[in-house]
Design a protein around this ligand. Structure first.
Ligand code: BES
Ligand code: ZN
Ligand code: ZN
Length: 511
């Protein structure tokens, strides 16, 4: 899909679908109020002889968020159909309302296989949003909403889907002064969305087609394509000589070899060094502490943390934030077999600390122990780890919210702001020192789970904290939001969501 912006009037532009908007409670599209979005709906209304105003009354259109009204213009203006999108209450309006509105436009366009959509820039006028940010959000919403994972469908179905797909999304801009900003926003939106879609693809891949070696190759490809990114790969032999017994221990039950992958991006003049650490279990059966079979197929998503890091790195050469970024991925499969780790076993982690394995299904924290130790050795100013770590986090926060735990309020605040701006939800959970005892073992330094089922997400965080020393650190438990069993919203369809990529990119941009 081509997304672009140009100067022009909505009522003069040819389109299969023309998208305008209304805030909740507006009975007549404004004429005189300042603000170009409102004016734009008003001028389409006037070009249609007041049809929109009439429809608002006759169809009882309230303008609630997500409400839509679509009608044929029968040649009164060049656009074939007009879609009015409700933006909800003006006071609640934000960048995510723009993404949602873009998502709705794409959904409606798909219903009649529209090829060209022309859209108003939601919120840049009355909504009070900055035109660049609004354009970025519109672009993100449109690209993210149009995603489908069709790789394993037959060719006929894929061809059909392609034919029906929207080809052009054009943002019309009346104001010459803002056009450059809108174009910049579109470029940024494309970078953010493309990186997110890459992660969706990786998460949607089944484990039969996506094993640790594929994550390794993806990282190497990124480095080959971009001279700004370097990559180092530690294979099983090297991991053994390093003493990465956590990762090697979990990998023992699988036929597939484990890897520790180290990506590095270092722009000139960077003052801050950030390490991103990702869990890359390409399939989690639970190991000898085998999971029940119901929904086990979803455990192909257990590499989403690693995928998110690859997504972020794919965007860095284009985004060019002024911050040095290290990406550390620990990847293997968690399988039961004659060679697998057994409950009661002890592994020697890279940090030197020994870990007693009480449950082989709590494998994420064991491989991350080594990845965090490795990341810490790069002397970063901040470590952010991403992991589909616990089902307990889903119980606590539901499927759309990630749990955030850490040791540094300043970075936590920064991350929360970034996540809010991109419309991804995170919620802080505490790491109380009173619970720390739960991860101490009688016969080793640590055990991977406490004797209680309570505070499962927090216990995961407390275990990881043992491997970051005093480095400012945040652990994001993304078990819920990286996969949507049913669509989360108009621009987050079923399947892998790519959650986290846009938050991190936004976060990195702030340095
Ligand atoms: N990969 C799972 C966590 C998970 C659950 C991710 C649901 C995505 C959706 C993790 O390795 C795991 O199995 N955790 C256990 C920990 C328990 C044994 C303490 C869990 O959550 O049950
Ligand atoms: Zn597990
Ligand atoms: Zn897991």
């Amino acid at each position: 899909m081509k997304i672009s912006a140009k100067l022009g009037l909505l009522e003069k532009e040819k389109a299969d679908l023309l998208v305008v908007n209304l805030f909740e409670g507006v009975k007549k599209p404004p004429r005189l109020r300042s603000g170009q979005a409102a004016e734009a709906t008003g001028s389409v209304d006037r070009a249609l002889g007041g049809l929109i105003s009439k429809l608002i009354l006759s169809e009882n259109f309230q303008g609630e968020e997500g409400e839509t009204l679509i009608f044929h213009t029968h040649g009164q203006i060049p656009a074939q159909k007009v879609l009015i999108v409700g933006l909800g209450k003006e006071k609640d309006f934000n960048l995510d309302s723009v993404r949602q509105a873009a998502g709705i436009s794409l959904q409606k366009a798909a219903e009649f296989s529209a090829q060209k959509v022309v859209s108003i820039l939601h919120g840049a006028g009355v909504g009070g949003l900055n035109p660049q940010e609004s354009a970025q959000a519109l672009c993100e919403g449109a690209l993210l909403a149009s995603y489908r994972f069709l790789k394993y469908k037959n060719q006929k179905e894929r061809k059909e889907a392609f034919k029906k797909q929207l080809k052009e999304f054009l943002i019309l801009q009346k104001d010459k002064a803002d056009l450059a900003k809108v174009k910049k926003g579109i470029l940024q939106g494309q970078i953010f969305a493309k990186a997110t879609l890459l992660v969706r693809d990786l998460v949607n891949e089944p484990s039969s087609h996506y094993t640790p070696v594929h994550l390794k190759k993806e990282a190497q490809t990124l480095s080959k394509k971009n001279h700004q990114i370097s990559v180092k790969v530690f294979d099983q032999r090297k991991l053994k000589s390093m003493g990465a017994g956590g990762l090697l221990g979990v990998a023992k039950g699988s036929e597939e070899p484990a890897y520790l992958i180290h990506l590095h991006y270092k722009p000139q003049g960077a003052k801050t060094k950030i390490a991103l650490v990702g869990k890359g279990i390409t399939f989690d059966t639970g190991g000898i502490s085998l999971k029940p079979s119901e929904k086990m197929e979803q455990m192909k998503i257990d590499m989403a943390g690693a995928g998110t890091i690859l997504g972020v790195f794919s965007a860095l050469p284009k985004l060019r934030p002024k911050v040095e970024v290290h990406g550390v991925i620990a990847t293997c499969e968690n399988m039961p077999s004659g060679r697998a780790l057994k409950p009661g076993d002890i592994v020697h982690s890279l940090s030197g600390k020994t870990i007693e394995i009480f449950n082989t299904d709590a494998e994420g924290r064991v491989i991350l122990a080594d990845a965090l130790t490795y990341a810490q050795k790069q002397n970063p100013n901040f470590i952010l780890d991403l992991a589909t770590l616990t089902g307990a986090c889903l119980v606590a926060l539901g499927e759309q919210i990630a749990g955030a735990m850490g040791n540094n309020p300043e970075f936590m605040k920064k991350l929360q702001v970034a996540s809010k701006e991109v419309g991804e939800k995170i919620w802080e959970l505490p790491l109380p020192k009173e619970y720390q005892e739960g991860v101490k073992s009688d016969i080793a330094d640590l055990k991977n789970i406490p004797p209680t089922r309570f505070a499962g997400a927090i216990m995961g965080g407390l275990f990881l904290q043992e491997f970051v020393g005093k480095t400012p650190w945040i652990h994001l438990d993304i078990a819920g939001p990286v996969f949507a069993e049913k669509p989360f919203s108009t621009y987050i369809p079923q399947g892998g969501t790519g959650f986290g990529v846009r938050t991190i990119l936004r976060f990195l941009e702030k340095f």
